[in-house]
Design a protein around this ligand. Structure first.
Ligand SMILES: C[S@@+](CC[C@H](N)C(=O)[O-])C[C@H]1O[C@@H](n2cnc3c(N)ncnc32)[C@H](O)[C@@H]1O
Length: 272
């Protein structure tokens, strides 16, 4: 099979042209531009076989990031495998807000709970080299990937394996960030997300179990005047504001994502 035939096969199957080119270029270990100049080149048998497998997986809904092995987040290329959620552009809203919170703090201590690929923690550390970052996850394979991504971008993460606040007893932070699982079990969107790890997606019958635990532990882990920002579902803003208020935290408001939906809520512990 030739390059042009492989790309035509992908397009006939319904794959976007750019995705097809990226997958084939990766199989050939060539830049995408090479394909354009060599559309009559014969594919080695193993490349053709691998490309056909990629094509089938992509058409079955496997995210491009799992097939290409990477995803860009806030301008940083991160290695991505199926052990972690594919970082979403909407999560950049949380990072932008975090950097605003840190603007008047020097050498801040920052915690990223449920770090996955490390996207949030690494983006913050990259933008604020003086920040001291701790990152946690329940999944050690995710933490290994986060560490590898941190090394790739020359930043240091203190990675801790454990459930939410577990293992952080006695530690306080200037800023706590989390993009926890927040989809309700049984949500009709879940089948479309079936290739991503379930523990990164769902959290109880209303999707709020993790956010309840996060709000419950906030006061014990924030410095006086410290802030906590969490990502949540578009319909969960009011519930999350109430969770923080019930724990005595001061509201910092809710921000909207790139699509205009409520996406992140913040709260602060009373100042010194
Ligand atoms: C929605 S993903 C977010 C990943 C990453 N922070 C991002 O924004 O792309 C949620 C992450 O929380 C982790 N997680 C789920 N339950 C947890 C728990 N009980 N304690 C710590 N991390 C947990 C998952 O493994 C997953 O990496």
């Amino acid at each position: 099979m030739r390059v042009d035939e492989a790309l035509a096969l992908a397009r006939a199957g319904g794959l976007a042209r750019l995705d097809a080119q990226l997958l084939l270029a990766r199989r050939l270990a060539r830049p995408r531009a090479w394909l354009i100049a060599h559309d009559d080149a014969e594919l080695p048998a193993d490349v053709e076989q691998g490309f056909r497998a990629d094509l089938a997986a992509r058409l079955d809904g496997v995210p491009m990031a799992y097939l290409s092995g990477e995803r860009e987040f806030r301008g940083l290329t991160l290695a991505i495998t199926p052990v972690v959620l594919v970082p979403r552009p909407d999560t950049e809203t949380l990072v932008e807000w975090a950097l605003e919170c840190l603007a008047d703090r020097s050498r801040p201590r920052v915690l990223d709970l449920g770090t996955g690929s490390g996207a949030i923690a690494i983006a913050v550390a990259h933008a604020r080299p003086d920040a001291r970052l701790t990152a946690t996850d329940l999944d050690d394979a995710a933490l290994e990937l986060a560490q590898a991504n941190a090394r790739r971008h020359g930043v240091v993460l203190d990675c801790r394996l454990g459930s939410w606040w577990q293992g952080l007893d006695g530690q306080r932070f200037d800023l706590v960030l989390a993009n926890p699982p927040y989809i309700a079990e049984g949500d009709p969107h879940l089948p479309a997300l079936r290739h991503e790890p379930r523990r990164a997606l769902t959290s109880g019958s209303d999707g709020l179990d993790a956010l309840r635990e996060l709000a419950a532990g906030a006061a014990a882990h924030l410095e006086a005047g410290g802030q906590m920002l969490v990502e949540h579902g578009a319909e969960q803003g009011a519930a999350v504001r109430a969770l923080f208020a019930a724990r005595g935290l001061r509201a910092l408001g809710t921000r909207r994502d790139l699509g205009g939906r409520e996406r992140c809520t913040g709260a602060a512990l009373a100042g010194p």
